[in-house]
Design a protein around this ligand. Structure first.
Ligand SMILES: Cc1cc2nc3c(=O)[nH]c(=O)nc-3n(C[C@H](O)[C@H](O)[C@H](O)COP(=O)(O)OP(=O)(O)OC[C@H]3O[C@@H](n4cnc5c(N)ncnc54)[C@H](O)[C@@H]3O)c2cc1C
Length: 396
């Protein structure tokens, strides 16, 4: 057991949304942590994400709700499901005042870069090392030694792997496995508001469901752009021949025959990005001694619940609380952290996985039953277990 007075040396591998949130919460708790990020500059790929009340609550707890949300779009409608052929509304989640009344916060769409900027603003400059690609994490004394591609090394009492889906740190706590290719790809494009159909500028997250595919859009950047992300079968060879870009014609061909509003958006968008969706089953444990994981490194999930970044931030908040409660015994703190978080993130991983079947049913009896059940339930209440969670208050 460590002396409580000695400062804990905490190393965070990865400066994405999860790593930066962890650094922010740890500094707020009076602990110092260094973020080691491989990129030479902090950037976020992609455009938007949906920040539901469980994420917004954490921005408020960090004192950055104002800067993070100043360029966000508050949504009046959350999950608005529509039929692929003609846009028939299958169900619509009314958010505005109901969301605030039930969960104390609204739901927003945020540009990922704006979210990362806001998180970075609460982490001291000296606590972020850029261009630091971690190449190994090995047990060393009571803690671990990190090695970096530039030949440097660092010792730490606690190592937090916030290094994403292909996590290197994960190998120190679990059997090394490669993520499985899920057979789906995601197209992503951004449409300037001036070129977007008025329909897509409404403060709504719209999801069009069709056989084997679904198509999502919502406004971001204070309504100046529309973020589009769509999922389609990837074909057999996608893993080997993957490229990060696609042509608009390829994107349009995947949604041929869909409601004209969908194809209008595809046509108005910039050259789309395209990438493979990868899959990993839930891990039975995330921590070993003084080493642990958070965010996508611990529990990557399909993006169909829009909760990956939110879960990374929740992990960060709970982890900081556990480490500040027992800094003299990091392995105990990490065990408490994992125990507090793993059931929830496993449930979300599984629920997101199930939605890849549900969202892509071929037209027929199962699709009609799904559409009826979407219409029956009150989505805002049904999502209570997700939105109502407060990572700053759950017992740890
Ligand atoms: C299409 C799509 C839509 C999504 N929509 C939403 C949404 O609406 N709402 C939501 O909450 N979530 C959403 N997500 C999920 C969310 O984007 C991720 O879950 C989240 O970004 C994970 O954050 P992270 O910090 O754990 O990992 P990452 O964002 O992957 O960050 C990992 C960081 O670690 C760094 N790194 C990796 N290896 C090393 C190394 N060896 N050394 C040093 N640094 C390293 C990387 O450079 C990177 O900066 C979506 C995801 C996708 C794909």
């Amino acid at each position: 057991m460590r002396n409580r007075q000695t400062e804990l040396r905490i190393a965070i591998v990865g400066g994405g949304i999860g790593g930066m949130a962890a650094a922010g919460f740890l500094h707020q708790a009076g602990l110092t942590a260094t973020v080691h990020e491989q990129a030479a500059a902090l950037t976020e790929v992609g455009a938007g994400l949906v920040a539901a009340p469980n994420a917004v609550r954490l921005l408020r707890a960090l004192g950055i709700a104002e800067p993070a949300l100043s360029r966000a779009v508050p949504l009046d409608w959350g999950w608005e499901f529509r039929r692929w052929q003609d846009g028939t509304v299958l169900s619509a989640e009314r958010l505005d005042s109901a969301c605030e009344r039930l969960y104390g916060e609204r739901t927003y769409t945020i540009h990922r870069a704006h979210l990362l900027d806001a998180l970075r603003s609460v982490v001291p400059e000296r606590a972020v090392r850029l261009g630091a690609r971690c190449t190994a994490v090995e047990p060393h004394g009571d803690g671990a030694r990190l090695s970096f591609a530039d030949g440097t090394s660092a010792d730490a009492d606690v190592v937090i792997g916030a290094d994403g889906m292909h996590s290197l740190v994960r190998r120190a706590v679990a059997e090394p496995t490669r993520p499985r290719f899920a057979g789906l790809c995601a197209f992503r494009t951004v449409v300037p508001a001036a070129a977007a159909p008025a329909f897509a500028l409404r403060p709504a997250q719209t999801l069009w469901l069709g056989p084997g595919r679904h198509f999502v859009h919502y406004p971001v950047s204070g309504g100046r752009e529309v973020n589009v992300v769509a999922f389609a079968p990837a074909g057999e060879e996608a893993e080997e021949s993957w490229s990060a870009t696609a042509r608009t014609e390829e994107f349009r061909a995947e949604f041929d025959g869909w409601d004209g509003r969908v194809t209008d958006l595809i046509n108005a968008g910039s050259a789309p990005g395209r990438w493979a969706l990868l899959d990993r089953p839930p891990l039975p444990r995330w921590s070993h001694g003084g080493i642990t994981l958070l965010g996508d490194a611990a529990h990557p999930m399909f993006p169909f619940y829009g909760q990956g970044a939110a879960q990374a931030m929740e992990d960060a908040a709970v982890l900081a609380r556990c480490l500040s409660a027992t800094p003299e015994d990091p392995p105990y703190a990490l065990t408490r952290y994992e125990a507090a978080r793993i059931d929830r993130t496993t449930r979300l991983q599984q629920a997101s996985h199930a939605r890849s079947e549900d969202n892509h049913l071929p037209d027929g009896p199962a699709q009609r039953a799904r559409d009826l059940s979407l219409a029956d339930a009150d989505p805002l209440v049904r999502s209570g277990w997700i939105y109502g969670y407060d990572a700053t208050a759950v017992s740890v």
